[in-house]
Design a binder for this molecule. Structure first.
Ligand SMILES: Nc1nc2c(c(=O)[nH]1)N[C@H]1C(S)=C(S)[C@@H](COP(=O)(O)OP(=O)(O)OC[C@H]3O[C@@H](n4cnc5c(=O)[nH]c(N)nc54)[C@H](O)[C@@H]3O)O[C@H]1N2
Ligand SMILES: Nc1nc2c(c(=O)[nH]1)N[C@H]1C(S)=C(S)[C@@H](COP(=O)(O)OP(=O)(O)OC[C@H]3O[C@@H](n4cnc5c(=O)[nH]c(N)nc54)[C@H](O)[C@@H]3O)O[C@H]1N2
Ligand code: SF4
Ligand SMILES: [Mo]
Length: 742
């Protein structure tokens, strides 16, 4: 990899100097991924026009080191994919059928604006809902002109909760924001806990950092019900029951107290509420946590011993463990562990989930919430899209008990940067909602996705090679510029341009709707002190933060007062805000509601806990239509423990059905050592519907229930039953009859 990296760096210089038909353009990977890699695209001018011919990592970027992941190595296959949407299209068949006719931009914009005006006149602007997530993570193309447009319109507001909001809320109330150590300093850690994270799939640029730490003698422990590819790098692997990590963390705290492993000086100076928590930890013994987590007492003791003995520890948590009903409390408990041992004092140590708060970007300038004026449109949680589309009053933001007739239904949905037909929970409801004849659906997409197929108006979006943007990261500390490498394909436009055009059509005459992408970049970066000129020259610029970066080594300012943006200014072990949010003033453990402990009656019907984590060769549902990546991911798969498989007559390689009250899917079973805990199923995600024999992906099973904090998604809190596919038809029918009778 190092050779390749140097090679790419040399070429940048050589070919930039050479001029002529080949050029190298520097960019940034657009995807929702920890790494936020620097890219170099080789562009050729040919008779037929300008074409990107190669994409590789940028050797000049210290964290992403000149290599890309297995997915983005195939980015050009995405850019030039036959399923790219290249022109505005109008639906010509039934909803979802995917038959369209080409129209002009003129006609597309006019159609959207006419329908929006009509809907606003009849039902008010809240009948319109934007639905977007992080299909592109650049500050401009993810959230700028689009937000201005919908603020000015007064549309319903979307709570963007599908990924990380439970953790965000937990860290906000505990630490005042999302900060962790600098990933570049990870090799300094002597103990690394990979807690619910699979870097071999989702954070490949952490692998060399872990390897370096191991060369220097670090111990690596994995804590995940799924023994994924990163397990090869671990000295110890614990497989707790999904949703039980909060209890494991409390047991570790118990061990730290019992064994005298606390950094009392750190706790004293930097935290509030320890004296309230400490006595409560007497009961959270390893023996208490063992039946909850399904771990042996000896395993918990071993983990406690390792963590207590080595304050130079990094707890690297992933987002999977907070996609549970108790996910907020879980992250709160985990994030406090380094405050007990004082790990925050050391480079590369502490708790690392996200570094988003390190970037002082001016999002208000980009998004202009002031365009709302006095209006306070209702908020709709994106996790509940299915219910919202089907008119459920609470999902539409109304107080419990409001009659349906009193609530404005959604009459238009505008989807961009997301593929809800595949990624949103409770898929049957989402698809029924998208199929509503009276719903006006606008989709802006690169690809003919399974959401796009339902569109009334489908608009072509540019890929990252065709647009300008600036990127921060939720992992490393660099700001990076993405320069367009090729002209837009067909009639595709960047999201910023799409909403500029729509605003002009709507007659919005505020100056902010005419600002260029370069102006937006300048506004966004103003507080960082990093200029567009500097980014053009240097491409990747590290934030002006000290090295080593120790965000919580000392939480008091020079005047001795707490300096964190929490009410006390310190790390809040006891939190009034947590009490108000309903999770209690102090860290605690409540079982995941959809689990054997949380709902024993449900577990009798659906005894298996299904986890659907990120697939190595896809990025959510992106890349799942790239042939070579589909082949490498093999087929929609569910990993089953041999005991569960045998009890159901399932053999390795069988087509099986999984079902619950929400839906039913078919996948191929793997019966191997990946899940060593009976009762747990793992299905790497997300495939498109068309790749599964049943025509649905795993989200037909997941629920719209929200987490304890931040309205977060609960994808991994899903109970199901499984059987070989043919037998399952009858079993599911019995289940359905049983449910009706009961
Ligand atoms: N290849 C690839 N990379 C990706 C993505 C992708 O789809 N594919 N998605 C991107 C996105 S949007 C995100 S948010 C990140 C997510 O990155 P990660 O957080 O690494 O990935 P997740 O799939 O959310 O979950 C990680 C792990 O959590 C485990 N897990 C689930 N529930 C529990 C639990 O209760 N306890 C414990 N201890 N572990 C649990 C899962 O088994 C899984 O191994 O990755 C990004 N990168
Ligand atoms: N069962 C299960 N479901 C999950 C998860 C899970 O772990 N298990 N993970 C969840 C997580 S963490 C997340 S973040 C969500 C992600 O859900 P999404 O944000 O929907 O992610 P993608 O599937 O990557 O879809 C993004 C879409 O945006 C489009 N796009 C990309 N760039 C642009 C652009 O510039 N303009 C426009 N208009 N469109 C663009 C892409 O082509 C793609 O179709 O899924 C969630 N769903
Ligand atoms: S998806 Fe992640 S690892 Fe892959 S190139 Fe993009 S930022 Fe890098
Ligand atoms: Mo995500």
């Amino acid at each position: 990899m190092a050779t390749l990296a140097r090679g790419a760096g040399e070429r940048v210089q050589r070919e930039e100097g050479a001029g002529g038909g080949r050029r190298l353009v520097r960019g940034v990977c657009p995807h929702d991924c920890w790494d936020t890699c620097s890219l170099v695209t080789t562009v050729e001018e040919r008779a037929g026009g300008i074409r990107a011919v190669r994409i590789e990592g940028d050797a000049g970027m210290p964290v992403t080191r000149g290599f890309l992941c297995v997915k983005v190595n195939h980015y050009l296959e995405r850019v030039y994919h036959r399923e790219r949407v290249l022109y505005p299209l109008r639906r010509a068949g039934r909803k979802g059928e995917g038959r369209f006719e080409r129209i002009s931009w003129e006609e597309a914009l006019e159609t959207v604006v006419t329908r929006f005006r009509q809907i606003i006149a009849e039902s008010g602007p809240e009948a319109i809902l934007p639905y977007s997530y992080a299909g592109v993570m650049g500050l401009l193309q993810e959230a700028s002109m689009d937000r201005r447009f919908f603020h000015r319109l007064g549309a319903s507001q979307l709570d963007r909760t599908i990924c990380s909001s439970a953790a965000e809320a937990a860290l906000r109330l505990t630490y005042g924001g999302r900060l962790g150590p600098d990933p570049e300093e990870i090799p300094e850690a002597r103990l690394i806990l990979l807690w619910g994270v699979d870097p071999a799939a989702t954070n490949v640029h952490m692998l060399p950092l872990i390897d370096e730490a191991r060369r220097r003698g670090a111990t690596v422990v994995g804590i995940d019900p799924y023994r994924h590819d990163t397990a090869r790098r671990a000295d110890l692997w614990l497989q707790p029951r999904p949703g039980s990590d909060g209890a494991l963390a409390l047991a570790l705290m118990h061990i730290l107290v019992r064994d005298g492993r606390l950094d009392r000086a750190y706790l004293e100076r930097n935290t509030v509420g320890w004296e309230e928590l400490e006595p409560r930890l007497q009961r959270t013994t390893p023996a208490w946590a063992a039946p909850i987590t399904g771990l042996e007492v000896a395993e918990i003791e071993e983990l406690g011993r390792l963590y207590g003995r080595e304050p130079r520890s990094l707890l690297r948590a992933g987002y999977g463990l907070q996609r549970h009903g108790n996910g907020g409390q879980t992250v709160r408990n985990l994030s406090l562990l380094p405050a007990l041992t004082g790990a925050w004092r050391y480079p590369g140590c502490g708790f690392l989930l996200s570094n988003s708060s390190a970037f002082p970007v001016d999002t208000r300038a980009l998004r202009r919430p002031d365009l709302l004026g006095d209006r306070r449109p209702r908020r709709i949680n994106m996790v509940r899209l299915g219910d919202a589309l089907l008119g459920d009053p609470e999902a539409l933001g109304a107080p419990p008990g409001t009659p349906r007739e009193e609530v404005t239904p959604l009459r238009a949905l505008f989807v961009y940067n997301s593929n809800p037909a595949a990624v949103a929970p409770d898929q049957e409801k989402v698809l029924r909602g998208l199929a509503r004849e009276d719903l006006f659906l606008v989709v802006s997409e690169l690809m003919m996705t399974e959401t796009a197929r339902y569109a009334d108006i489908l608009l072509p979006a540019t890929s990252q090679l065709e647009q300008l943007d600036v990127h921060t990261s939720y992992w490393h500390l660099y700001v990076q510029l993405n320069e367009p490498a090729i002209p837009p394909l067909g009639e595709a436009v960047p999201n910023t341009e799409l909403f500029r055009r729509l605003a002009a059509r709507m007659g919005f005459d505020e100056d902010c709707f005419r600002e260029s992408d370069e102006e937006l970049i300048r506004q966004a970066l103003a507080p960082t002190g990093i200029t567009l000129e500097r980014l053009r020259a240097e491409h990747s610029v590290r934030l002006d933060l000290p090295r080593p970066w120790l965000p919580y080594a000392d939480c008091r300012g020079p005047d001795g007062r707490g300096r964190l943006p929490t009410p006390s200014g310190l790390i809040e072990i006891a939190s009034e805000e947590a009490a108000r949010a309903g999770i209690g003033r102090l860290p605690d453990y409540t079982p995941e509601a959809e689990s054997p402990d949380g709902d024993p009656a449900l577990a009798r019907r659906y005894p298996l806990q299904l986890v659907s984590p990120a697939a190595k060769h896809f990025l959510n549902s992106s890349f799942a239509n790239v042939e070579v990546l589909r082949r490498n991911e093999v087929r929609p798969t569910v990993y089953i423990h041999p005991v569960d498989a045998e009890a159901r007559g399932i053999a390795d390689g069988d087509l099986v059905a999984l079902w619950n009250d929400r839906g039913r899917v078919q996948l191929w079973a793997r019966v191997d050592g990946r899940v060593t805990r009976p009762g747990v199923l793992v299905s790497p995600s997300l495939w498109w519907h068309r790749d599964s024999p049943g025509g649905r992906n795993v989200n037909a099973l997941t629920s719209q229930r929200v987490a304890d904090l931040g309205g977060g998604a609960t994808f991994h809190g899903t109970m199901v039953e499984a059987a070989p596919a043919e037998v399952a038809v009858t079993a599911a029918r019995h289940e359905l009859l049983g449910a009706r009778r009961g």
